[in-house]
Design a protein around this ligand. Structure first.
Ligand code: C2E
Ligand code: MG
Ligand code: MG
Ligand code: MG
Length: 288
């Protein structure tokens, strides 16, 4: 790219690319100590039951409050954390914080017994899956906090499990046997192998935002409707619940409800935010 089309003359390299590379380098250097310095925090985004609109839980989404760059989204630093290995302690920290938060919600959430405890969804990176401590760490955290396994859902992307052999699936199977839900995140973006679903210890499909986006136009593309309808009916026939992400409008929510999706998440309901907000949202449901 630095070599221009005009023969031997060299042009300056793309200054934006340079800035990005410098930032990436800087972030990678700052990353290992960021956890000790307490620069990470977690926002929670409600998971809403499409049938009755009640808040059933939340997904934990990590952010980095960088001293120079301000709040960084996970897309900026999770890949770096995976590359440097920090993802293992960072992921463990997110899991512990989130499960503690679920416990705190439950303690304050007396009014909503009928709906069961608020559930907590936590993202797992592929590196955590191959780390030998995953099952024991999870068991320890649940025991320490007194949260029952079925209040926890671990989200794994479909692409992380593509071609997964039994060794990779073993820890997930053990967690599933304990009662932890496993969700297949961003479903439908990879080369979804539907037959493969039976082999995976998952109980929830999280339909990728791209499907939700295609429900934006009215009437929605009939082929997209058929695809979502097909995925939902296949999922249900395999006893999997369907969650949709990226719901931004009431029309999308209604369309996805009609198509049989179970749970939704998106800006239409709430953006990711501090934990107190979730409690307030859930309490509104419970009392009104
Ligand atoms: P994800 O797990 O698929 O999370 C959903 C993403 O969609 C979040 O982005 C969320 O803020 C965003 N979102 C939610 N509702 C809407 C909506 O209505 N419209 C749009 N346009 N976006 C919406 P976020 O927080 O930037 O996280 C990005 C990704 O980073 C996550 O995708 C997840 O893969 C990863 N991530 C986040 N936290 C963690 C973590 O603790 N550990 C690991 N390994 N990955 C994480
Ligand atoms: Mg997720
Ligand atoms: Mg997702
Ligand atoms: Mg996604």
């Amino acid at each position: 790219r630095a070599k221009s089309a005009g023969g031997n003359r060299f042009e300056l390299a793309d200054p934006e690319a340079d800035a990005r590379a410098i930032t990436r380098h800087g972030l990678t250097t700052a990353l290992p100590t960021a956890l000790d310095r307490g620069e990470f925090f977690i926002e929670y985004q409600p998971l809403v039951h499409l049938g009755d609109g009640s808040v059933r839980g939340a997904e934990a989404l990590v952010r980095w409050l960088h001293p120079q760059h301000g709040v960084l989204s996970p897309d900026r630093f999770i890949p770096l954390a995976e590359h440097t290995g920090l993802i293992v302690p960072l992921g463990r920290w997110v899991l512990e914080q989130s499960v503690r938060q679920a416990r705190a919600w439950r303690e304050r959430h007396g009014g909503a017994e009928a709906l069961g405890p608020l559930r907590i969804n936590v993202n797992l990176s592929p590196c955590q899956l191959t780390h030998p401590g995953l099952v024991q760490d999870t068991v320890d955290i649940l025991e320490r906090t007194g949260v029952e396994p079925n209040a926890l859902c671990l989200e794994v992307t479909e692409s992380a499990l593509i071609g997964a052999d039994d060794d990779l699936l073993k820890p997930l199977r053990r967690l599933a046997e304990m009662g932890v839900d496993i969700a297949l995140d961003d479903f439908g973006t990879g080369y979804s192998n539907l037959a493969n679903l039976r082999r995976l210890p998952v109980s929830i499909l999280k339909l990728d935002r791209s499907f939700t986006q295609s429900m934006q136009q009215f009437p929605a593309d009939p082929v997209d409707l058929k695809i979502v309808e097909g995925i939902v009916s296949l999922a249900h026939s395999l006893d999997l619940a369907v969650t949709v992400e990226g719901v931004e409008t009431g029309a999308q929510a209604e369309q996805l409800r009609i198509l049989g999706c179970d749970t939704a998440q998106g800006w239409y309901y709430a953006r990711p935010g501090p934990p107190e907000r979730l409690h307030d949202l859930a309490l509104v449901d419970a009392t009104g």
